[in-house]
Design a binder for this molecule. Structure first.
Ligand code: GBH
Length: 492
């Protein structure tokens, strides 16, 4: 509970912006309308239905392809400054390549972008939120070096089509999930398990793809459109269990955060040195002739370094880290432990669990991460591009309000006490949607969606009212919410 003496500190800086996020596969539906081709998620949910908790898929999802008008209404109700959504690559480029551009696909995004702007809401567009055209996967997907060029061509198409109105771009959402999560566990598309080689190839080529798109924008589009472009990384906060676990914790952070951020944001560029060494030693021990972490040449290091306009931070949860005991059995990274680093990943009994098996609540984690980023990469402008909370449903979602309040409060502390330049907050997510392998069970929405109704009826939860009042007040010092008892409302 925040005492009222602190209330003056609860205001956000005047320029601070609030938004909400979604992604194409999770909300659009319309998986096979017009000339859209299949993405790896269309394939994965069919071939691996057993992995999805309720065997569901995103064929219809929230049907935002047809119901986008209601989405706009909700965004207006919330009063958000921006809406972060993603473009489906196979909807715009059904062949995966720019030899053929779908008129209907382009029309959908033009209509959405124009409707947002008419309502004074900025579009913040993610180019890739996990729905790769299946055809490109058949050619190796993110493990094929050519994908850097394929992605650049897709990015060019998007910049040419929408760049006059879209001023903030995210290239790739969470390469950590696309590479580490995907190829270590097979629990997300493309469902291939190949932990020793694939995550590292994918790591390099997502970075190269990102860098190409950034450089393309910088060279050919920035001077006329004056926008910003970066990548969105998913960061766990890792905290040492005891003082003796500090070193292994730092390695775990470098493996999760550094492997996708150091090459872009550090002064020196390239892989984090500690990671380079560990993976080299592991690869040799496993009998390979050299490190499975692909080399970044001097030229590539320079090419990737500095390709950012801000730090896009997605954050949800934390882990405690301790050194594994000799012979201790470890489960795979990143869903269990970090066997490559002899690290056990644990959670504190003080962190409430949620409806998602991987998610335990530890609000201080986000501020610690912001401090870690500052310490390692210097002063950055940070956009929190995702943060949110899952439960099993219900519109009186006090748990979600608490999560949002506590996380936004930690961000305020980072801004005011640590002098970190966080300029935006994005709530994940606008409405309940297709939560990947958790299907429709785990719900992150500010709006409830009735998935049994053809209209996919959307109803605001208490958290929507809370978020709306925070945005309106530009402060966490918000008037008492009638539906729930908000302990930090400072209205006493
Ligand atoms: C974000 O990823 C995504 O960008 C968004 O699409 C998604 O809806 C949202 O979070 C909520 O999940 O194998 O059980 O240990 C968050 C990244 C997703 C990474 C879950 C870790 C662990 C799953 N995290 N994952 S598990």
């Amino acid at each position: 509970v925040i005492s009222c003496g602190f209330c003056g500190e609860l205001n956000f800086p005047p320029e601070f912006k609030f938004g909400v996020a979604s992604s194409a596969y999770q909300i659009e539906g319309a998986w096979n309308v017009s000339d859209k081709s299949e993405s790896i998620w269309d394939t994965f949910t069919r071939e691996h239905a057993d992995i999805i908790s309720d065997r569901s898929n995103g064929d219809v999802a929230c049907d935002s392809y047809h119901l986008w008008r209601r989405d706009i209404e909700m965004l207006v109700e919330l009063g958000v400054h921006f809406y972060r959504f993603s473009i489906s690559w196979p909807r715009v480029l059904p062949t995966g390549f720019p030899n053929y551009i779908s008129e209907d696909g382009v029309k959908y995004y033009n209509t959405l972008i124009n409707a947002l702007l008419e309502n004074g809401i900025e579009p913040l567009v993610t180019l890739y939120h996990w729905d790769l055209p299946q055809r490109l996967q058949d050619l190796g997907g993110w493990t094929n070096p050519h994908i850097a060029e394929w992605f650049e061509n897709y990015a060019r198409t998007a910049f040419e089509l929408f760049g006059d109105r879209v001023k903030t771009w995210i290239t790739i959402n969470e390469p950590f999930v696309v590479c580490d999560m995907a190829y270590n566990t097979g629990l997300v598309a493309p469902g291939i398990i190949d932990p020793e080689i694939a995550p590292y190839l994918c790591n390099k080529y997502t970075l190269m793809a990102h860098a190409r798109a950034w450089r393309l924008y910088d060279k050919e589009f920035r001077h006329k459109y004056h926008g910003k472009i970066s990548i969105a990384n998913q960061l766990f906060w890792f905290q040492p269990l005891t003082d003796e676990d500090k070193e292994v914790t730092e390695l775990a952070l470098e493996n999760c955060v550094g492997r996708y951020s150091h090459p872009i944001y550090s002064k020196k560029g390239g892989w984090p040195p500690s990671i380079e060494k560990t993976i080299h030693d592991n690869s040799r021990r496993q009998g390979y002739l050299k490190s499975n972490l692909p080399v970044l040449t001097k030229q590539e290091i320079e090419y990737i370094k500095g390709t950012y306009d801000f730090f896009g931070l997605n954050h949800y949860t934390s882990r405690l880290v301790r050194k594994a005991e000799t012979g201790e059995k470890l489960s795979p990274w990143p869903i269990g432990d970090a066997p490559d680093f002899d690290a056990r990943l644990l959670v504190s009994p003080h962190w409430p669990k949620t409806s998602s098996s991987w998610f335990f609540v530890n609000p201080p984690g986000i501020r610690k991460l912001l401090q870690w980023l500052k310490k390692n990469y210097g002063d950055l402008t940070v956009l929190v591009t995702e943060n949110g909370f899952p439960n099993l449903g219900g519109v009186e979602d006090v748990d979600r309000i608490n999560y949002y309040r506590d996380n936004m409060h930690e961000i305020l502390l980072a801004i005011k006490k640590d002098k970190i330049n966080v300029t935006a907050y994005t709530a994940w997510t606008l409405m309940d949607n297709y939560e990947w392998m958790d299907g429709y069970k785990s719900k992150f929405g500010l709006y409830h969606v009735d998935f049994t109704s053809p209209q996919r009826t959307r109803t605001p939860k208490a958290s929507a009212e809370y978020y709306k009042s925070v945005i309106k007040a530009h402060s966490l010092k918000v008037p008492h919410i009638i539906r729930v008892n908000n302990p930090s409302s400072c209205s006493r």
